[in-house]
Each structure stands twice: as C-alpha cells, then as structure tokens.
Ligand binder design. Sequence first.
Ligand code: MG
Length: 159
Amino acid sequence: MRIGTGYDSHRFEPGRPLILAGVSVPYERGLAGHSDADAIAHAVTDALLGAAALGDIGTHFPPSDEKWRGANSLELLAHAYDLLERQNYQAVNIDVTIVCEQPKLGPYVPAMRETLARVLGIGPHAVSIKAKTNEGMGWIGCGEGLAVMAVALIDRIRP
Ligand code: MG
C-alpha cells in the first residue's frame, strides 16, 4: 500500500460556473482557472499521482498547454488514474476536505462522492468528502477562494 496527499486552491471569480468533483454547484461565482478549475478533482489527482510517485498535475497537464484550456478536470483525473492503472495500482480509498466559507456544499457531497467513485471505478463508500468553513478567518474566511486537501491510498492490483 502507498499513500499520497494533494492540495489545491482557487480564487472565486464572478461569471464562472462553480464545479467541484464534477458537480455543478449553484452560486453567484465560480473558480478562476485555466481548466474548469475543479479544485477537488485537482487535489485528488495530485494525491493519486503522489501515492504512485508519478509527478504532479502541473507536469502532466501544464497550464501553458492550450490543449487543457477549459478542460473537464474529471478527464484529467481519469487520465492520471490510467497512468496508475498501467503501473498496476488501484485506489483503495480517498478522503477529501474542502475548506470553503460559501456556498454551503453539504447537499452536493453525495453527488460528488458518486462522481469521483465512478471515475475511479470504486464504490462511493471508498470516497469520503467533508466540507467545512474557515470560521471566517483569512482569505478563505472572507470568501476570496477555497482550498481542498485530499489523501489517497493505493494498492497493487492482485493478479
Ligand atoms: Mg487547480
């Protein structure tokens, strides 16, 4: 078994859709970024790549590459996971913490878990997503953006 961590943060920007773990969350602002700025997908991608010591999201999908402009980050996650599977790894479980003052994300967590689980080919019981606020402190507290931390456990696929 191997373990990896991932972190991502994005700034809120008016006129952008808010997409987290592939789920559209109704809100007045979305996250700024080169791709769809799905910070959960990005943190999970980095956690999985980290667990396999396969680099990071920036080396595999550089923002300088026009190919990834507006990209669906679930496709980046699927592409990264494919790299792991080629090394005979599979995800055992994923744990995600979102730190976000607004909007309230709790109602969207079940759909987020289902979506990530589907991309990774594991059960939703193996994908945990927790949402919390930053108690009004700092850049997250004043609503400048949000942050996501992820941990991924992977194991060799048994022959
Ligand atoms: Mg990102």
